[in-house]
Design a protein around this ligand. Structure first.
Ligand code: SAH
Length: 213
């Protein structure tokens, strides 16, 4: 588990690529510039860790493309101490970005293998989420609600109602919506029953699955 000068150099190039693709939030860019993404990946893909691409992780899932992580993180407009719910912990890379932005992160994963692996790994390399939960993200996390923001990192066929209900007034939900590919969608809660909706381009995620464990 080494982070070498070579890795640091590759990360700088990755950050430069994200800037050319339109990412401007300096805290997000700094986080991506400092997190050793190669440590979140399976050994067979190590050489590719700093390409702007998604790659397979365990349990037929993927670590999201860095651009996607940056884009979603930017949309959350994270302030230090924000209480954030993530659906789809996966490798924990997005979780680590949110931790570095100073958020208090709650993250749910439905694959037991990934939940166990990431629960051990993240604290080992210094990223401490408030809670990692094994469960079904469709339900959100009622006992910890409301949240300043909620991020979904899998493609949702529809917007789960509990996620909208668990946002603070002024809170933001960032969710890719669609079956085959997804439209990145931002909901801002304006009142008890009022939500502002923004659609922000096409993406491709692994599906948000109903809990079958
Ligand atoms: N943020 C992760 C992305 C992993 S891919 C990363 O950067 O590595 C999406 C993840 O969502 C997968 O790990 C998948 O198992 C998980 N997932 C799918 N459906 C889910 C659900 N209903 N509840 C919680 N997690 C879910």
């Amino acid at each position: 588990m080494k982070d070498t000068f070579k890795h640091k150099g590759l990360r700088k190039q990755l950050v430069a690529t994200l800037v050319t693709k339109g990412i401007t939030n300096s805290a997000v860019l700094e986080a991506i510039g400092s997190i050793p993404r190669h440590l979140f990946m399976d050994s067979s893909f190590l050489d590719h860790a700093y390409q702007d691409k998604a790659f397979p992780i365990a349990a037929s899932q993927t670590i999201s493309q860095p651009y996607t992580v940056a884009f979603q993180s930017e949309l959350l407009e994270v302030k230090p101490s924000d209480k954030i719910l993530e659906i789809g912990t996966g490798s924990g890379y997005q979780t680590a970005v949110l931790c570095l932005l100073g958020a208090h992160v709650y993250s749910i994963e439905r694959q037991l293998e990934l939940f166990k692996k990431t629960s051990k790994f993240l604290p080992k390399i210094g990223y401490v989420a408030k809670r990692l939960i094994f469960g079904d993200g469709y339900k959100g996390l009622k006992d910890e609600a409301p949240f300043d923001s909620i991020i979904v990192t899998a493609g949702a066929p529809f917007v789960p109602k509990p996620l909208l209900a668990q946002l603070k007034i002024g809170g933001r939900l960032v969710i890719p919506v669609g079956d085959v590919d997804q439209i990145m969608t931002l909901y801002i809660r304006k009142g008890a029953k009022e939500f502002e909706k923004h659609e922000l381009g096409n993406f491709k995620f692994v599906p948000l699955l109903e809990n079958k464990n």
